[in-house]
Design a protein around this ligand. Structure first.
Ligand code: ASP
Ligand code: MG
Length: 401
């Protein structure tokens, strides 16, 4: 019998009524004849509320304690869902990440799944139970509870599907993946399918919906992923290997991200070493850098700009200040008013002129660019948030999104 891993997000289990609805849906799926593993997130805003309690007590709570705290959210939802399932005559048992051997590595609050000991899950499936597993959490080599980063339940689900050779169904509050977030661009289209590569770019560029690491794992282990709404029967979106048809589309989607800040280091001595010191100091603080640009040297000095998540700005500033005695009295400018627009498409690999089309559309709409970056299948630029609507519409029209 095939194994299916289903994941239900926080909104889908947001209250007891919704938990009952999810339980009914699981029971139906189980009766259709499959072995079922279900991953759930914490109910509604639980994780946010837990974090705000911690930050009420301290401005810098220890990440280890945050992990112990945040992992409780999922423990509530797995037990309640299991209770609801047993109540309607569907045998179920709930497990924390630690109980089913989800082993992680890396830092507290940003850990990665290293391995899963699937024997307990298989044993439970053989007893014909629905196995309900807490998303977002695991245990590291020091027996410490860890979490996988916000939104990490998707990653738990895809990693389990990879381990169990299962398909993965992600149920959420949106009915699939859109060319552009419909809250930002209401004319966006729902995609029938999207390649792992494109989805990975979209997810890490702030398109929401899926945790980037989940797509990375899905791609690596070729897990078929289906994203759909947890209520109703609307067709969702398949995330899968790209095919000829997908390669023909130049641009599949656009991600819009308002969570980044831009930092410019001004009048830095022109040497590769000073650049390497700056990015070393960011790396030591686990600051994730996205776009980078450097000016040509004038009088032996350069400016270097880069974008980072707004949340990491304080850590980045600490690091840069510490470098001043070593690298000289450089200036630092920060800009938190930036919107990052990224167009993503496999077709870019083979078709030229995409950048020209994008920048022409922006120039005709009088949008100024602050910084640009590209990869094989994406072009990103940062603009002023006040230009966002005009820029999004211009690009969406140009590429028929
Ligand atoms: N509950 C966690 C969060 O809110 C994990 C998840 O929802 O996937 O980020
Ligand atoms: Mg999510």
């Amino acid at each position: 019998m095939d194994i299916v891993v289903q994941k239900y997000g926080g909104t889908s289990v947001g209250d007891l009524e919704k938990i009952k609805q999810v339980a009914a849906r699981i029971k139906q799926k189980k009766e259709s004849g499959c072995r079922l593993v279900v991953v759930v997130s914490a109910m509604g805003k639980t994780t946010d509320n837990l974090l705000s309690m911690a930050y009420n007590l301290s401005s810098r709570p220890k990440p280890r304690e945050l992990d112990v705290l945040m992992s409780t959210g999922e423990q509530i939802s797995i037990s309640l869902l299991s209770i609801a399932l047993n109540e309607i005559g569907c045998k179920a048992r709930s497990f924390t990440g630690q109980q089913v051997g989800i082993i992680t590595e890396g830092y507290h609050t940003k850990s990665k799944i290293a391995d899963i000991n699937s024997s307990i899950i298989i044993e439970e499936l053989e007893k014909d139970s629905v196995v309900i597993i807490a998303g977002f959490q695991g245990v590291n080599g020091n027996n410490e509870i860890t979490t996988l980063g916000r939104g990490g339940s998707d990653t738990t689900a895809v990693a389990l599907a990879a381990k169990l050779g299962a398909v993965c169904e992600i149920f959420t509050d949106v009915d699939g993946i859109y060319t552009v977030d419909p809250r930002i661009y209401p004319n966006a289209r729902k995609l029938e399918c999207i390649s792992y590569e494109e989805m990975m770019e979209m997810a890490s560029l702030g398109a929401g919906v899926m945790h980037p690491r989940s797509i990375e794992i899905g791609h690596k282990y070729k897990v078929p992923i289906y994203v759909a709404m947890s209520t109703g029967e609307f067709p969702g979106t398949f995330i899968k290997e790209s095919d000829d048809f997908m390669e023909k589309t130049v641009i599949t989607g656009m991600a819009v991200d308002n969570n980044d800040a831009m930092v410019t280091v001004i009048n830095l001595p022109y040497s590769t070493r000073s650049i390497s010191r700056i990015f070393q100091s960011l790396a030591e603080r686990h600051v994730n850098v996205d776009m980078i640009s450097q000016t040509t040297p004038v009088n032996g000095l350069i400016n270097v700009s880069f974008t980072i998540p707004k949340n990491d700005l304080a850590a980045a500033m600490d690091g840069l200040e510490e470098l001043k005695p070593e690298l000289g009295p450089f200036g630092i400018d920060t800009d938190t008013a930036i919107t990052k627009l990224s167009v993503v498409g496999m077709g870019m690999r083979t078709q030229s002129g995409v950048a020209a089309r994008m920048f022409t559309a922006l120039s005709e709409s009088n949008v100024d660019l602050k910084i640009i970056t590209t990869s094989e299948i994406r072009i990103s630029c940062a603009i002023d948030p006040k230009d966002q609507n005009r820029a999004v519409t211009a690009i969406a029209k140009e590429f028929d999104l």
